[in-house]
Design a protein around this ligand. Sequence first.
Ligand SMILES: O=C(O)c1ccccc1NCC(=O)[C@H](O)[C@H](O)COP(=O)(O)O
Length: 271
Amino acid sequence: MNILDKIVAHKKGEVAKRKELYPVKLLEQSIYFDTPAVSMREYIRRPDLSGIIAEFKRRSPSKGDINPYASVERVTIGYMQAGASALSVLTDEHFFGGKNADLTEARKNNFCPILRKDFIIDEYQIIEARSIGADVILLIAECLTAAEVKALSATAHELGLEVLMEVHSPDQLEKLSEHIDLVGVNNRNLKDFTVSIQHSIDALPAIPDQVVKISESGINDPRSIVELKEAGFEGFLIGEYFMQADEPELRAREFVQRIRKLEELSKNAIT
Ligand SMILES: O=C(O)c1ccccc1NCC(=O)[C@H](O)[C@H](O)COP(=O)(O)O
């Protein structure tokens, strides 16, 4: 059983319990149901921002504890001040030490788009994402059939949310539906947890033009961003590298400054 199978098996039990504890009628009373969601597609393409989706991640299956007691308020505000285009907040408790309240805390403190980073297998979780203040949901192609991707992404659009579909290999792009706004290629091999941005580069030709292209995981060098941008990626999901620092927001700021310097150098070299 690979890690995703384990996570999904656990998630099924978790969702069943949550449905009983917090019925949909209760979730629909959230103030966030009437608030228009913020478009990640638009923020990623804003030229004044870096394209980085900065992730708040306390723990992971590959690394164990990363920054378990970090402050959501301090880190997420700092990420946005550093020039991030959007935020990603892990809400999975069992494997990632996150919680729904982390996302709501990020929502209260930021106007930018926020991705609910979780393992969505049921429509209930999309309604829940809306109720906690998320703007975007993640659908992991490896965990879902094409029919499930279609149905879940349609539900997300009905609720005004955008959808990021994550693939681990180009063949999973067959599951794309008309309701997918962004495609993320995950650079992490889920069997041995090794990471390589080559996964993103290899998958790029198969990604259709109309979706925003995101490279996810294992990014820790500003030169990788320059390389991925030149290849055609517009967004970059970064968690661990920032969160490993005592002050993730400062590491993000330094990272964005280094990208800008590299881009300036290459512009000057051309002119
Ligand atoms: O991070 C893990 O160990 C992991 C293991 C199994 C499934 C998913 C996992 N991570 C979720 C993510 O996709 C990442 O948090 C995200 O892409 C950011 O990656 P990174 O910059 O490497 O933290």
